[in-house]
Design a protein around this ligand. Sequence first.
Ligand code: HEM
Length: 265
Amino acid sequence: MYCNRYMPTKPNREACQLEKQINSMILSMVRARSQATSERDLLKSLQEAAKRYEDNGDLPSNISCDKFIVDNCKNIYFVGYDTTATSVSWCLVLLAAYPDWRARTRTEVHDICGDNLPDVDMLQSMKMLTMVIQETLRLYPPVVDMVRETMQDVSLNGIHIPKGIARPTLHQDPNLWGPDAHQFNPERFSKGLKGAYTSPHVYMPFGAGTRVCAGQHFAMVELKVILSQIISRFSFTLSSSYRHSPAFRLLIKPEHGVHLHIRKL
Ligand code: HEM
């Protein structure tokens, strides 16, 4: 039960203690950094925004300036790190399980980059790898609870949808993606994102609308750089000890880890 997290149990007390420690660590790092430099960076922008909100009375009464900064630091770290790392894991699982796609992406990376590190133009030319990433994010979107809820009664094509109806992600609906909706088939993205679906809201690993992922293009660059380097340097297959079990751990993660046999090429 959700309210269990407020019970004074040992794990809850430990979690609470840990949270306090993390918060004070972040705050002392923020203070040390702002004393050390006046350089304008993301942290500086956050501090300025917090100060502005506080001066204008725009912060809710239960949120102090420090809490605003700490919460945003945690948020940016979490959304920027774990999502991408988890996506890399799923891509590796799928590439390990589908040797044809592994071979196709390896050939592509080799043809485009040779022995060089990828630059911006090279990354943009990696069509096959992009398709693999897009298909992985369709099957295993790390942020799975992308639910949209109607704020008022709406009528869509004559269908009445009452206020408060939550619509979960539609990434694997056979009516929208065809009979192979549950299978890994990057080919469906061969004509780009728009060629793969009928409406943008049926595919939203990065969310949609005004709060769409602020780092989506950066994330795609990161994923392509990391995966192209792994694919071009290593051969890998799934270990017999790998147990496929996508599990909800705030993000959708491989519950028992990713067990691969890896060999340097
Ligand atoms: C594969 C990697 C990633 C995935 C799947 C992902 C997914 C998402 C999703 C689903 C949302 C919520 C969007 C919505 O409510 O409509 C979101 C928000 C956000 N993401 Fe990402 N993300 C990824 C990587 C990143 C990276 C690398 C960064 C930054 C470096 C980032 C920064 C953010 C921020 C700041 C928000 C909040 C945007 C707002 O509320 O205005 N994300 N992300």
